[in-house]
Each structure stands twice: as structure tokens, then as C-alpha cells.
Ligand binder design. Structure first.
Ligand SMILES: [Zn+2]
Length: 511
């Protein structure tokens, strides 16, 4: 039975005869169908109502006899999401935009509704597309409609409120189906100055099992660190980065990779995840949901309950979505102390800051610096990759490419493979960029390292790690420039030219 293509007509509204009495027994739709409770076909009031509806709508109503429950359900759906034709059109427009974003492999959609105009942009490979425009009124209605389609949202929509919601396929609404690989869309609506509403839709997908640490952009010696950690029974691995740095994709890939290797070796451990909310489906992992709560206190309690439930289920490996406050920090450390292998993410720009951030979040510094709980700290960024079809080698590039003579000289020292963006081609939508790669630092936070970090701080600890063969994010960026994977222009975001000159001789190139 489909109730999604048509709009429900509420017979309790308006001037329908006996509407209220019959409402439980009949559900009418504007496409000319009526659902009628099975044993009520001969009920005079039902017959009177259908006759009246046929006169009103001037056509014969198609009768479908169903269980009483189906009527109640249809009514509930109809009233909760009663949609005019305009709303249905808006709903298709929302689905079309999300479908388009997915087809373009966009990670986010940005919708900015101003006083007179709406700008819509997508983020593809880390860059925003040229804006398309809508009217302001259409933009505002689009946002309100998207919010009303959400399956998780707790307030009524208003452009003047900070709101969060999630769009996901709903049971019983078969027109609202995502294409393969998309699990949900996380929506954030923010009122900003001058009467503008800025909305941000993030597309959340299933972990693609063909994605590997190598294809994400991790280097062989870094993957070896994860492999050492995989053998451990207990301890903590923290993947850090800023928002949108792909840390939860990396975490999902790490977990599924480890699980797959264990299965191949005939070993099986039990995997649990506690996330608020779960962003991606991880096959083989029991993913516990932290229920939606109103206040921060309730959220902490709900999170603790979910994690305690996971711990009671005898897990070997636990993934905790994100450390974002004292309570998650404390519970994460406790899970690692009590004999579990724990993986989590943290908002942080450097792997060397991770231990310090945990202490800031209220974790006892002795459990970080004088124990072997924290074993691996990672930080990653995503860097745009050059389109292989149209990139240009720096040695062949014309003089006028926006690099100073000094920059060019320094970059030329990095070798003949160094490239910059080309003019663009059909394969990269004329942007010169195709996809993104991870540049990461993966640090063994062993006792020697932690002692050094505690005494000397994060900046010196980075050199300590580099000297023992654990490259920094900037080192990896330089490597990828040397291989022509990413644009030489990117280097200036990670280091100055003098740093480049100083660091270059010590670089060990792995290709
Ligand atoms: Zn291209």
C-alpha cells in the first residue's frame, strides 16, 4: 500500500458530514482513493461519507479495504506530514538536490537565504561550487520543508533559531529513498546577521568497503603503526582533525579493515560502537544509539547508559564516535583501562596535542602520561588531489602561474614530478582537481614519547617523532607534492619556504 504519492484529506476538517465519527474508519486521499476498514463497507455513515466525497470531488472514489490499524496509521502519517501539492513538489525538489549532490560526490550542500536571494553551493573535493540562485522566498520554504521532513528534530522550524535535524529514509514513505551509499543527511540551520539563514546539509554515507587506508592516502609506515595496535588487547587510538577532515571515515575504515583481517585469520572479536548519532553503517559492528535528548545533562546520562550497555555485552573492541566533553573523555579512558581496545575521534589540529587535550577534558594526567592507555595518536587533513588528466609539471609550466621566482626555485628542488593544476578538463569538471587525499601524522604515543611531550611540549615532540621516523602532516604534504599527487601550491599552507628548505634534505621519499 502506498500512501506517499497522494496527499491525505483530513475529513475531520472542513464541512464533511459525520467526519469525526468516520475518521477512524475511512482515510481519503486526493488522488481519489479511500482506505476503508474491512468490516465497515456497509456502515451507513461510511457510505454516506463516501457518497458525499464523490459529489464534492466530482469523481468516483476507488475503494481499498484494509485493516483498521492501516487506517489509524494512514491518519497519523497524513496529519503529521499533511502536505499540499506545493509541499509535495518541495519534497521532490529537496530529494532532487540531495540526489544531485550525491551524483556529484559532494560532501555538503550550503544554502544561504538572504533578504532578496538564496545562494546554493555544493562542496566537492573540498571546494565550493559556483552558487546557483533561487528567490529568497523559495529558499526559506525549501529550508522549512526540509526541516519538516526530518526524522530527528525536536523543535518547530523557525528561521531565527539554531536548529539541527537529520533526514533519513522513513518507513512507509517509499518516495523518500536515498540512492545507494547514502545513509542520512545531517542538517544544521543557523540564523546569521542581516536576516540571513545559513543552512548546511552534510551527506552521510555507508562506509565503502572498497576504500582502504592506502586509497585514503595513509603511508605504508603509518599503516604499520595501526597494525601493531590491532594486535593489542587494550588501549586507546585517537584519530583527530578539524570538522570535515574525514576523521570519522578514517575511523570507520580502520575498524572495518581490522575486522576483515581478523576474519581472514580465523580470529573473531566482538565490535561495538557508541555514537551520537551513528553517522555510517558499519557491517559487523553493533552500533548503539545515544537517544536524542533535550539538555546536556540528559545527553551525558544517555551516553553513559549506552556505553555501559555496550560494556556489559562483553565487547573486545569499542568505537566511541567522538570525545567532545568531560563525560565522554572519562568514559573512553575507563573503557580502555578495563581491558578493551578503544578507538575514538577528537577535534584537534595536531596528533601531538591529543594527550594534552585529553588532560584538558579532565582526564587524570597520570593516566595519560604514566600509563600505556593512549597508544596511538593521529591527526589528519584532507588535501585536494590534482586531476591526472590535465595536471601540468612545474618544469613545463609557463612563467605566469602565480608563483614567485623564489617559490618556483624552492619547489623545483623537490624534483621533476612536481605539478600544479592544469587548465581543467571534462574529467575534473574543469577545476583541475579530482578527489582528496589524507595527509596524516600517526604517532606511537609510547612511554618515551609521552615523557618527552610532558617535559618539552607539543612543538618539540613533533621533532622528536620526526627524528624517529614518524613524519609530520607537512612532511607528508611535501611527499605528495614530490610525487605530483597534489599541487605544489598547497605547500605554502603547511610550511614557509624557509621551513621547506630546512626540512627538504631530511625527507625520506617513499613512492
Ligand atoms: Zn582535469
Amino acid at each position: 500500500m502506498s500512501t506517499s504519492a497522494a496527499s491525505y484529506i483530513d475529513i475531520a476538517d472542513g464541512d464533511w458530514p459525520e467526519g469525526k465519527t468516520c475518521a477512524e474508519l475511512v482515510a481519503l486521499f486526493d488522488d481519489g482513493r479511500a482506505l476503508i476498514a474491512k468490516n465497515q463497507a456497509l456502515n451507513p455513515k461510511v457510505r454516506e461519507l463516501l457518497a458525499f466525497a464523490e459529489r464534492r470531488l466530482s469523481h468516483k472514489i476507488k475503494r481499498e479495504y484494509v485493516d483498521h490499524d492501516a487506517i489509524v496509521e494512514a491518519r497519523k502519517l497524513g496529519i503529521a506530514g499533511r502536505r499540499s501539492t506545493d509541499d509535495s513538489k518541495m519534497e521532490s525538489a529537496i530529494q532532487d538536490l540531495i540526489g544531485e549532490a550525491q551524483a556529484l560526490r559532494a560532501s555538503d550542500i550550503h544554502i544561504k537565504v538572504g533578504e532578496n536571494i538564496t545562494h546554493v553551493q555544493m562542496r566537492i573535493d573540498g571546494f565550493l561550487t559556483k552558487p546557483t540562485t533561487w528567490t529568497a522566498d523559495y529558499g526559506q520554504r525549501f529550508l522549512a520543508a526540509s526541516y519538516s521532513m526530518a526524522d530527528i528534530a525536536n523543535k518547530a522550524y523557525s528561521p531565527s533559531l539554531y536548529l539541527a535535524a537529520r533526514l533519513a529514509p522513513k518507513a512507509g514513505r517509499d518516495t523518500w529513498a536515498f540512492k545507494d551509499g547514502l545513509e542520512a543527511v545531517r542538517c544544521q540551520y543557523n540564523p546569521v546577521a542581516f536576516g540571513i539563514t545559513a543552512a548546511f546539509f552534510r551527506l552521510l554515507g555507508t562506509i565503502d568497503t572498497t576504500v582502504t587506508l592506502e586509497s585514503l592516502g595513509y603511508e605504508p609506515e603509518q599503516i604499520a603503526v595501526f597494525d601493531e595496535f590491532a594486535d593489542r588487547q587494550n588501549g586507546l587510538c585517537v584519530v583527530s582533525g578539524i570538522t570535515g577532515s574525514g576523521k570519522s571515515t578514517a575511523l570507520g575504515t580502520l575498524i572495518t579493515r581490522q575486522m576483515r583481517q581478523e576474519q581472514e585469520d580465523g580470529r573473531r572479536r566482538s565490535y561495538f560502537a557508541v555514537e551520537d548519532p551513528p553517522e555510517r553503517r558499519l557491517n559487523g559492528v553493533t552500533q548503539l544509539v545515544v537517544p536524542n535528548t533535550e539538555t546536556e545533562e540528559q545527553r551525558e546520562t544517555a551516553f553513559a547508559e549506552a556505553l555501559n550497555a555496550a560494556l556489559r555485552d562483553d565487547p573486545d573492541v569499542i568505537m566511541i564516535g567522538e570525545i567532545r566533553d568531560r563525560i565522554t573523555a572519562k568514559l573512553t579512558i575507563r573503557a580502555a583501562i578495563t581491558g578493551h581496545q578503544v578507538w575514538t575521534t577528537l577535534h584537534c589540529i595536531s596528533a601531538h596535542e591529543v594527550p594534552l587535550r585529553l588532560v584538558d577534558e579532565g582526564v587524570d594526567s597520570a593516566s595519560i602520561f604514566r600509563s600505556d592507555i593512549l597508544q596511538v595518536a593521529v591527526a589528519q587533513v584532507l588535501v585536494p588531489m590534482l586531476c591526472a588528466s590535465c595536471k601540468v609539471r612545474l618544469v613545463d609550466a609557463p612563467a605566469d602561474v602565480g608563483l614567485s621566482h623564489q617559490q618556483r626555485t624552492h619547489l623545483a628542488h623537490l624534483g621533476d614530478e612536481v605539478c600544479i593544476e592544469g587548465a581543467g578538463c571534462a574529467r575534473c569538471r574543469h577545476t583541475g582537481i579530482k578527489g582528496r587525499t589524507v595527509a596524516a601524522e600517526v604517532i606511537r604515543t609510547d612511554p618515551a614519547y609521552l615523557r618527552f611531550l610532558e617535559q618539552h611540549g607539543a612543538v618539540d615532540a613533533k621533532e622528536f617523532a620526526r627524528n624517529r621516523g614518524e613524519p609530520s602532516i607537512a612532511d607528508i604534504v611535501v611527499r605528495k607534492v614530490m610525487r605530483g599527487q597534489i599541487s605544489a601550491r598547497v605547500i605554502s599552507k603547511f610550511m614557509s619556504l624557509s621551513d621547506l628548505a630546512r626540512h627538504q634534505p631530511s625527507l625520506r621519499v617513499v613512492s
